[in-house]
Write a protein of this length. Structure first.
Length: 160
């Protein structure tokens, strides 16, 4: 397998969307064509600071990585956050994820970022074996908080 890592191009949409659906299924996120389409549009357009990478083998997209820039006030620097990393099941173990992570590190260096950061499920042992070869796990615990209920907001009909 000869893996080429590059930024996404308009012609990658179908292959990227197929892999992104696989990513969502892996993490047991319900199928949602609108969410996949929106994510593609953000990554393809570079919205929200996104950088989209794909791993290509013989013209077929076999991996993807979605990165976005973020400010790090504590270091007065910038970082890259790896939102999504996924390898096609038949390409796993071939170095795709490592190549995508290596390219993320190169982009971070080129942009002057001082970290590439990501999270994964604690029980994602296969991916963690790869991650442990290129990065250090941190002692930080991640929390998710739901936004407060919106009040006084009107919808398109003028109702609150």
């Amino acid at each position: 397998m000869t893996i080429d890592i590059r930024t996404i191009a308009a012609g990658d949409e179908a292959g990227w969307c197929e892999l992104y659906e696989g990513y969502r299924a892996f993490y047991e996120i319900p199928s949602d064509a609108t969410a996949v389409r929106t994510a593609w549009e953000w990554v393809a357009a570079g919205e929200h600071g996104f950088i989209g990478l794909v791993a290509v083998d013989d013209g077929r997209i076999v991996g993807l990585a979605n990165l976005r820039r973020f400010a790090r006030p504590s270091t007065a620097g910038m970082g890259l956050y790896l939102d999504d990393l996924f390898t096609a099941p038949d390409a796993r173990g071939s170095g795709v994820a490592t190549a995508l992570l290596k390219r993320a590190g190169e982009i971070a260096a080129q942009e002057g970022a001082n970290v590439v950061r990501w999270i994964t499920a604690e029980d994602n042992a296969t991916a963690r074996r790869v991650y442990d070869t290129v990065a250090s796990a941190t002692p930080w615990v991640t929390y998710d908080m739901q936004p407060a209920a919106r009040t006084g907001v009107t919808d398109d009909s003028g109702r609150t």
